[in-house]
Design a protein around this ligand. Structure first.
Ligand code: DGY
Length: 437
């Protein structure tokens, strides 16, 4: 399909998913406002409708709690096509929560760099907007570094797999193995919209719900969660997004003369980068991995999250070289004969790799966008171009699906992508790939 036609299609996806002030990720499957989706969506919207891009961010900020926390779902509207809804999350149990019902868990903090992208795409005309949202974006960083870093390391934890954004990556199997969650009766709706083989299993969902039930018992109190939660992970993608947002807010803060905020962000930033490299880089794997703070162990699995730190400038040149040599350009993630499209979401050589199931193998457009910018940042032009052309190939062949099979041979014979269709961030980031990248 011609580029122009596809751009028009991308615009209509965003148009159709716009619900009076915010954009749903996907009709039916995700019918509310989602946190990190909104950040990516706002970046795409900035190219076609700046007012909507700004509105998207402002709607997200309506869900901010008094302590700075921003939840992963905002229930502005009613819908019975999704489980678990507002009554399951019950955010009112926490005194910081706003009146607007939200979830009580969060998602990778893309807010800071999404605001910076809107400013850049506007040709630096949107300073007033940056001024309007800056303090709230700063508060979010402050929340993480003061409430989610119990040992004062500069790395924050996540306490639920939905916070990672990579919901069912095989990395979490190790945590579920030791959890004895009850057999909740589930009222799943996702498998009514999408083939169950592409989604997490029922047993996994019982663990997801069990964690929410524990949080409700603890009224979403961060101290109790840090002390008792069986899922407590320092995740490379999540921390990289936070660090990238530090960097963006330092730049924007200088512009606004926010000296105190800039000084504080710079302290968090430096400390975060130092610990990130000493604690999460694994030489044997040639990649950043995970740390399980509850069980005090490294989980040395490699996923697409392992490459996100390039985007935030965390890696030294030597680390970046080692990542590229091991994983890209006939490395593990491109396949020995380059038989894989970049970038699988989980280690393709692992027995747990599943090219069809959500975050256990398929290619995701937002991770490709993050890794593409990381590769460019370090000057890996050829690999960046490969990643971009694989991304455009998938979107041009299938349209704006949620995720895609990474196996070239299989993709040739397929007619559709996986998961939801007309998926907002796939459309939004296509627009950004074409107009800016
Ligand atoms: C889902 O429902 O699958 C979402 O990813 C959780 O936020």
């Amino acid at each position: 399909m011609k580029e122009n036609q596809l751009l028009l299609n991308a615009q209509s996806v965003l148009q159709n998913n716009w619900k009076n002030g915010f954009t749903i990720p996907c009709e039916g499957l995700y019918p509310f406002q989602w946190n990190w989706d909104s950040g990516f969506i706002a970046i795409g919207l900035a190219h076609i409708d700046l007012e909507r891009a700004k509105q998207e961010i402002k709607s997200l900020l309506l869900g901010q709690w008094k302590n700075g926390f921003i939840p992963h779902i905002l229930f502005h509207n009613k819908s019975d096509s999704y489980f678990p809804g507002p009554e399951v999350h019950a955010s009112h149990l926490n005194a910081h929560a706003p009146k607007l019902p939200t979830s009580g868990i969060t998602q990778p903090p893309v807010l800071g760099f999404a605001i910076e992208a809107i400013y850049d795409i506007s040709n630096e005309t949107e300073k007033t907007f940056v001024e309007e949202v800056y303090d709230q974006a700063f508060l979010l960083q402050q929340y993480f570094y003061t409430q989610r870093d119990p040992y004062d390391e500069g790395l924050v934890y996540i306490c639920h797999n939905w916070e990672s954004g990579t919901d069912n990556t095989p990395v979490w199997d190790l945590i579920w193995k030791d959890m004895d969650s009850p057999n909740y009766e589930l009222n799943r709706r996702d498998t009514q919209h999408v083939d169950a083989v592409n989604r997490p299993s029922n047993r996994e969902y019982q663990h997801y719900i069990h964690l929410i039930e524990l949080f409700k018992e603890w009224r979403y109190d961060d101290t109790l969660i840090a002390k008792n939660c069986p899922f407590l992970i320092q995740d490379p993608l999540f921390n990289a997004m936070l660090i990238k947002s530090n960097e963006s807010l330092v730049r924007l803060g200088k512009l606004l003369g926010k000296d105190k905020e800039v000084a504080q962000l710079s302290v968090w930033h430096q400390k975060a980068i130092t610990t990130f490299n000493s604690k999460l880089f694994n030489e044997d794997k040639g990649a950043y991995v995970y740390y399980d703070l509850r069980n005090r162990r490294t989980i040395d699995y490699v996923s697409s999250s392992s490459f996100a730190p390039l985007f935030a400038g965390i890696a030294t040149k030597a680390i970046a070289d080692s990542i590229i040599k091991t994983h890209f350009n006939r490395g593990i993630f491109s396949g020995k004969e380059n038989e894989l499209l970049l970038c699988a979401s989980f280690d393709p050589t692992s027995q747990d790799f599943d090219p069809k199931r959500y975050w256990r193998g398929p290619v995701w457009i937002n991770l490709n966008w993050i890794i593409y910018h990381g590769l460019k940042r370090y000057g890996f032009k050829r690999e960046a171009e490969q990643l971009k052309s694989d991304t455009l190939y998938l979107l041009e062949k299938f349209g704006f699906y949620e995720y895609f099979d990474p196996r070239k041979e299989v993709v040739e014979g397929l007619e559709i992508g996986y998961g939801g269709n007309n998926f907002s961030w796939s459309a939004a980031l296509y627009i950004d790939f074409i107009k800016r990248a």
